[in-house]
Design a protein around this ligand. Structure first.
Ligand code: ZN
Length: 354
């Protein structure tokens, strides 16, 4: 059985390749087809005319996401026995990480750094494996809530429901399939080879992620300067970002202690953000900052998108390991929920007057 991986615009061909390469390193009867390409906008409009203006799309329904997979099937004449995975840069109505229906799978591209603090490819690859396994077990998104093998209370099994985002990490770290799920797999006539491949894939994703963790421990940040003219230098790299991402990045560098999500949403920092923004762009519109500070749940909020784009640019500029100290991450603990950059103050020379 083949697995075809595509994405919506904004998730690059290179990123698809990274995920496919990771998944292809375990050989078996499940074949992850290389050279997957993102949808072009013209191809998206074959699925629905609403894609004519991408900037207007805030959320997609599950049907809308599965329709994309169906369109991809038609475009590429893919057999109903094969899987199609759409890595989606559009948020979905229920904010699920992924879902499966009739061998069509979508996985959310964004927000992995938001709670796993890791390279997103591990999270995305593991969701692909999980959904393939569930589909083979006969678990579909619309019956998952009553299925006895979807564990409501996390036990570290691939089929944990994971209502809490933090539980995903447990699942990723264990790379485990519980006995009851293994028995169901055998009863469902999933071949031994496929079960063993799925198991090895989960172990591989876990080990790769742990190695990544280990490297993080031994890499140190670089001296970082924000000068009076809003120029940012990290080690030998000059950090060129567009005005809005740069505004957000400088803002978080100015607040290494972190900023609570609700203070940002209450507008406590609007003036500061606007002042940085107008240093970068003379006469910059106030509305741009207003949209940035809307509550995350408001569909007009641009915060998640700008934050994700900022993080992606930082990862591109600095590489995956060094960028860990510079990406804007979500930190949750007790009642606090805030965003921060992990850089420690001793590495930062902040000369900009705010
Ligand atoms: Zn299980």
């Amino acid at each position: 059985m083949n697995v075809y991986i595509t994405s919506t615009p904004g998730y690059s061909k290179e990123s698809i390749k990274e995920v496919t390469d990771l998944l292809s390193s375990v050989k078996g009867e499940i074949q992850f087809i290389k050279d997957g390409e993102p949808f072009t906008q013209d191809q998206l409009t074959l699925s629905s005319s609403k894609f004519e203006d991408l900037s207007q799309i805030r959320l997609l329904s599950f049907d809308g996401l599965f329709d994309l997979a169906k369109t991809y099937r038609k475009m590429n004449t893919i057999s109903p026995n094969d899987f199609v995975v759409v890595i989606s840069t559009f948020a979905n109505e229920r904010r699920w990480f992924s879902a499966t229906s009739n061998k069509n799978i979508f996985v959310d591209a964004d927000g992995w750094e938001y709670f796993t603090d890791k390279d997103s490819k591990f999270g995305i690859a593991s969701q692909i494996v999980e959904n393939i396994f569930q589909s083979l077990l006969g678990i579909e998104f619309d019956n998952a809530h009553i299925d006895p093998n979807v564990h409501r209370k996390s036990i570290g099994c691939i089929n944990d429901m994971c209502n809490e985002k933090s539980e995903i990490m447990l699942k990723l770290r264990t790379g485990y399939i519980c006995n009851s799920c293994l028995i169901r797999a055998r009863n469902n006539n999933i071949s031994q080879l496929a079960i063993s491949q799925i198991h090895r894939l989960m172990q591989l994703i876990r080990d790769s992620m742990m190695n990544f963790d280990f490297l993080q421990q031994i890499i140190k940040p670089e001296p970082t300067i924000v000068d009076a003219g809003c120029n940012i230098q990290i080690g030998n790299s000059k950090i060129d970002l567009e005005d809005v991402p740069k505004t957000l990045f400088i803002f978080y560098l100015a607040h290494l202690e972190g900023v609570k999500v609700d203070s940002l949403e209450k507008g406590d920092y609007k003036e500061k953000l606007l002042s940085i923004y107008r240093k970068l762009r003379k006469g910059g519109k106030k509305e741009t900052i207003d949209l940035l500070c809307l509550p995350y749940t408001n569909s007009s909020s641009t915060f998640q998108k700008v934050k994700t784009n900022t993080n992606k640019s930082i990862i591109n500029l600095l590489g995956k390991q060094l960028s860990e100290f510079y990406v804007i991450s979500n930190i949750k603990g007790g009642k606090s929920n805030y965003y921060k950059i992990k850089l420690s103050r001793e590495y930062l020379n902040f000369e900009l007057d705010l």
